[in-house]
Structures are given as C-alpha cells and as structure tokens.
Ligand binder design. Structure first.
Ligand SMILES: Nc1nc2c(c(=O)[nH]1)N[C@H]1C(S)=C(S)[C@@H](COP(=O)(O)O)O[C@H]1N2
Ligand SMILES: [Mo]
Length: 508
C-alpha cells in the first residue's frame, strides 16, 4: 500500500477510484431499480425479481431442494429469494453500467440512457408496464442524482472529490428509493378483494363454537389457528384474477368441461363450511406446519358430476397456476372440497386465491392451491414432490405435539404445578386419546382433550397438569379413532412424513 506520489501511481489510483465510484453508482441504481418495481407491484409475479427467482428455483438441483426443505425449512426458500434479489440487483447494475459506457461513448448524459435500458430489461423480464416504468424511474433517479453537481471538466482535476460526491449521492438515492419501495411494496399484496366485512351467520356461529371448545391453555393455537402456516414452491405467489379464473376438467372424462368462479360460488345449495386441518409432510415431528381453519366451498363431486367422470379410473392430477402438480387416487378426490373462503373471508393469496383443493385426511401437499385443472388419469403418475423422492400423497401419520410448558405456581405437595399442552391429529381417523408420561415413558396418564369440532378431518387440543419437583422427561403419544396407538419409533420427515412420540425435558 504505497502512497508514493509518482505520476503513474496517482493516475492509476485516480482511475481505479473513478471505476470504483462508477461501480457503486451502478450498484445503487440496481438497488433503486429493483426497489422501484417492488414499490409499484409488491411481491407479485410482476416484480422484476419474480422471474429471476423462478430461474433460481428451477435451476436448483432436486437433491438440494429436498435437503434444504428438511434442514433449513423455510429459511432455504428465503435464502433462494435473497439470491434472486441479489442477482436482479446485479442485472440492473450491469444494465446501468453498460448504458453509462454507451452514453459516454456517444457523449449523451447517462441519466438519459440508463433508465431506458433498465425499462427495456424490466419489460423483457415481467411484461408489466407499471413495474417496468417504476424500475426505470428508480434506476434513473439514482443515476441522475449521482451526476448532480458533478462537473465533468473538473473530474480530472479533482477526481477524488467528485468520485466521493457521486458515490454519496447515489447511495443516498438508493436508500431513499429503497425505503419508499419497502414501505409501498409491502402494501401491494395482489388483487385479493377485501372482505365485505360481513361474515355470514353460519360461519360466525361455527367460529364461535371453535372458540368455545378451545382449551384455555397459554402458548398453543386455538382450534382455529391464528397463524396458519404456508408452504409452497414459489417465492412469489401467483395472483390469478377471480374474474379470469377457470377450472378445467380434462383427461379420461366423457367430455372436458370448464368452470369459472361464479359457477362455484353460485352453487348455493351445495355450499358448505368445513373445519379442516392441514399438515405438511416435510415438517419436523414437533414442528408447527399443522393448522386448522374453517373453509367455505363446494364438494368436488357436486361440480364434477356434470363432466361425467368414470369413478373407476385410477387417479387424478391436480394442476395449479404456479405449475405445481400433484397426483393421487380418484377415490380420495371423491371426498374432496373446493374452497374459496377461509374463516369467512376470501381465500388469502398465500393460501391459494381464488380456489384451492382440500382433500380430507391426506398430507398437505395434495391440497393444491391456485387450482386450475383436474386431470383424470388412467394410470399412476408422479407429482411435483414425488419426482423429488417424497411420498406425501397418502393419509397423514398420527401425531401429538407438545408446544407449551406452563409453570402454574407452587403446588400443594411442595413442587411446582406444571401444565403441558399441544394438538393431536390423525386425519379422518380422528383422535381417541392422548396420553402423557412424566417419567420418560414408564407410566402414562390420560390428557384432557378439547371437545370434538363438528368435522371429519380436524385436530384436537390436549392438556395435562401435574406436580413435579425434579427435572424429568415428558413424553406424549396419541391413539387414533380406530384404536391404533401411534408407533414410538422416530422417523425423519423424508420421505413419508415424520412419526414417533414427542418428548421434552422439563425443569420445574
Ligand atoms: N399450487 C400449489 N399448491 C400447494 C403447494 C404449492 O407449492 N403450490 N404446496 C402444498 C404443500 S407442500 C402444502 S403442505 C400445503 C400448504 O398449504 P398452506 O400454504 O395453505 O398452509 O399446500 C399445498 N398446495
Ligand atoms: Mo407440504
């Protein structure tokens, strides 16, 4: 690191400083371009990072996807999205840099060329005018800011000052556009219509019933989840329009038919409200990817009868707007449900707006969201996850989760009064019994269960209160409605879902 004032060194340093400044300005313009697009359209498919994210997801090897789901969970997807964001920023930075070089070559100001170039790139990526113009405006603003008050003639005479000035102005601009983008973009959630404010009396009384039946235990979800987990293959959820949405029934049917949203929502006589629990096959044994909601929709078969389905065909493939697809036996679809409301409001975008499938008792993955097609198959085929080694299309495993340990106070016997609790679920088999051991599995006591919901496929809560003075091992196990005690042996989520008894060390 010599600072020798020989002519060559000074020149080099000046050039490299100018180059560094230009790189930072281009990077700042890249950030502002992405932020501009985000401000205009939020995390929707029109966001410039969305198509890049798709490429990242598509080019991640299946083995890495399977591994990341198991070990990183949602973090893996978030890291993938961060990578996509970084690549998109890089792409816009590169575009800005190339535009600036061209501008220099033809002696036009860079802030005239860079936005146009960014608009062109954004348009090619998304095809969305709003997103594109906002990306161009963001990048253009930063490039313009960077050249504000920087006299080109003086640049050689006083290189370090003007370079610093460009960098500071560009970075400030990127922060400003980034901040505005973050605020505006998070408000853009796609086009799910706001709830009319009116929850129907039927739905309300069911929700009240679930509230009344929920056990009074701190630290566990009530019978209708407040935070419903979300799992899907996208980092950016699709935003189908309700008006344009169609569901086609294809394949081995007498006649292919197509329905639209009004066909479904207009089937007033068939409309039902169902409590349904979903559980992801890829979750940890005591994970939190298991939740319950009250869904409004119509039985699949009421809709499909008009297509003349041969119920002796083997299976169906459900397909979705995000190119997701899952295959399972036609017999399972016969009890299926097409939901367009969740807890009395339009299906949220993240849960499959406008219509999703709910297949009783099966792992979450075949409950296809953003449903667009039901294809009847004559032969078995593999779904998205089965192509990646999972076997997640069948009925769920029985589970009793332990999600809370509450110390209620000093107990009469001198120890501490301890309450443990969680949820138990066995799909359509139902839960008959949950037992708790406070001595590592040597002896067992029956837990209190929440009253049954009026449902075929919903979880129950359990609670057990006891006294303890010494550290000990709590173990929980469930018996399903058919009288089968769940197996104790712990297995990994991959490939067919976690199983085993949940245990936890408790210190009074
Ligand atoms: N279209 C589509 N449907 C999908 C998925 C998806 O990636 N795309 N993920 C499935 C998986 S793996 C699960 S566990 C459930 C989760 O539903 P939720 O996100 O509403 O909780 O949706 C299923 N339906
Ligand atoms: Mo899942």
């Amino acid at each position: 690191m010599s600072d020798r004032p020989d002519a060559g060194g000074v020149l080099d340093r000046r050039d490299s400083r100018g180059l560094l400044a230009s790189t930072v300005v281009a990077g700042a313009a890249g950030v502002a371009g992405v932020a501009g697009s985000y401000a205009a359209v939020g995390r929707t498919p029109a966001f410039v990072a969305a198509p890049i994210s798709e490429v990242v997801v598509a080019s991640t090897p299946d083995a890495v996807v399977a591994w990341s789901i198991q070990t990183l969970g949602n973090l893996g997807a978030q890291l993938g999205f961060l990578l996509a964001l970084a690549l998109t920023v890089g792409l816009f930075a590169l575009t800005t840099a190339v535009a600036a070089l061209l501008a220099d070559r033809f002696a036009v100001p860079p802030f005239a060329v860079a936005p146009v170039a960014c608009v062109a790139v954004a348009l090619a990526l998304t095809g969305s005018a709003v997103s594109t113009l906002a990306a161009g405006a963001g990048a253009g603003l930063v490039v313009a800011l960077a050249s504000l008050g920087v006299d080109r003639e003086s640049e050689t005479a006083d290189s370090s000052r003007s370079a610093r000035r460009r960098v500071l102005q560009a970075v400030a601009g990127a922060f400003a556009v980034g901040g505005v983008g973050a605020v505006l973009g998070t408000r853009e959630g796609g086009d799910v219509p706001d709830a009319d404010g009116e929850i129907s009396a039927g739905v309300q009384s069911l929700l009240d019933e679930a509230g009344d039946k929920s056990l009074d235990v701190d630290g566990i979800e009530p019978l209708v989840s407040e935070q419903f987990y979300q799992v899907d293959i996208n980092n950016v959820d699709p935003t189908p329009d309700r008006e344009d949405w169609t569901l086609s029934v294809t394949g081995a049917v007498e006649e292919e038919v197509e329905f639209d949203y009004d066909d479904l929502a207009g089937m007033n006589d068939a409309t039902e409200h169902r409590f349904v629990t979903l559980r992801c096959v890829g979750e940890r044994l005591n994970g939190k990817k298991m939740d319950t909601a009250l869904w409004t929709g119509v039985p699949v078969m009421d809709l499909l009868d008009s297509a003349g389905i041969e119920t002796d065909e083997c299976c169906v493939m459900l397909r979705a707007a995000d190119d997701y697809f899952e295959e399972f036996p036609l017999s399972a679809l016969e009890d299926g449900f097409l939901a367009f409301e969740m807890n009395g409001e339009a299906l949220p975008r993240g849960h499959g707006y406008p219509v999703r499938a709910l297949i009783p008792g099966h792992w979450g993955e075949i409950n296809v969201k953003w449903l667009t097609e039901i294809e009847v198959l004559e032969e078995e085929a593999k779904g998205y996850w089965e192509k990646r080694g999972w076997h997640g299309t069948g009925p769920v495993n029985t589970v009793a989760k332990l999600h809370t340990v509450n110390r209620l106070g000093d107990a009469a016997g001198g120890g501490t009064e301890i309450q443990v609790g969680g949820h138990a679920y066995a799909g359509t088999r139902g839960i008959r019994r949950v037992e708790v051991s406070t001595d590592g599995g040597d002896s067992w006591s029956e837990a209190t269960l929440s009253e049954r919901l009026p449902a075929e496929d919903a979880w129950r809560q359990w609670e057990y209160t006891y006294e303890a003075a010494e550290p000990h091992e709590v173990v929980v196990r469930a018996t399903d409605g058919e009288g089968d005690l769940q197996p104790s042996e712990e297995t990994n989520p991959f490939p067919s879902g976690p199983s085993g008894w949940v245990s936890k060390r408790v210190e009074p």
